[in-house]
Design a protein around this ligand. Sequence first.
Ligand SMILES: Cc1cc2nc3c(=O)[nH]c(=O)nc-3n(C[C@H](O)[C@H](O)[C@H](O)COP(=O)(O)O)c2cc1C
Length: 230
Amino acid sequence: MKRLLFNVFASVFCALTFPACAHATSNNAEVPAETEIPADETIQLKEPDKTLSVSLMQALSDRKSQREFAEKPLSLETLSSLLWAANGVNRPDGRRTAPSAVNSQDIDIYVCLASGAYLYDAKQHRLVRVTTEDVRKQVAGRQPMAAPVFLVLVGDVSRYPGGMSSQRQVLESLAAMDAGYVSQNICLYCSAAKLATVPRASMDKDALTKSLQLKESQILLLNNPVGYAR
Ligand SMILES: Cc1cc2nc3c(=O)[nH]c(=O)nc-3n(C[C@H](O)[C@H](O)[C@H](O)COP(=O)(O)O)c2cc1C
């Protein structure tokens, strides 16, 4: 009885005296860190959060195209997990979360933010700035679409073995298939993380080819705007 009374007293005392502390401790355990994406030339990404525990069947149930985005930005942590899920390195031999024809790893992701466009370097899990221009309107193209982040999927046919170089049409179709896998990874991650996205083929390709300084072997294939649903 004495012990019970002591416990009740101790609980009430703690709750009244340190409410903020108690709240902070329990919140810290639940709320993941939220770092602003820096506007640096090179951005080191965070380790992906592989503990996100939504079942594959639930993510498939919830997947849908969403085209209206809130202004709320993505955190560095969320962007890091998103890119790793999209096409990050998931094995010691450097292979990726998305399959690619003859393991060409031909799909590059350009991450378009207000502070410029960055190339995702999967090996180093970092972003390297390609331009300080905000190219998101070019990615939106003629379709009204405003999102904090656009992921642009670019295939590079020069990554295929030299013996295949004469078959440009075949390589372009393999690259398009490979981009589909990356885009689907993005869609499923967004579904699981309660983010909004839509796979899109439309974009202003002429303007983007110039802004992203793409080579002749690089093809703009798909893009996914990503943000929180409005
Ligand atoms: C290859 C491909 C290209 C697409 N291009 C666009 C696009 O340019 N603009 C757009 O709003 N939606 C685009 N979509 C999204 C489709 O319109 C959408 O997936 C379809 O209406 C089915 O809706 P759901 O994704 O909610 O199932 C594209 C989808 C795919 C697979």
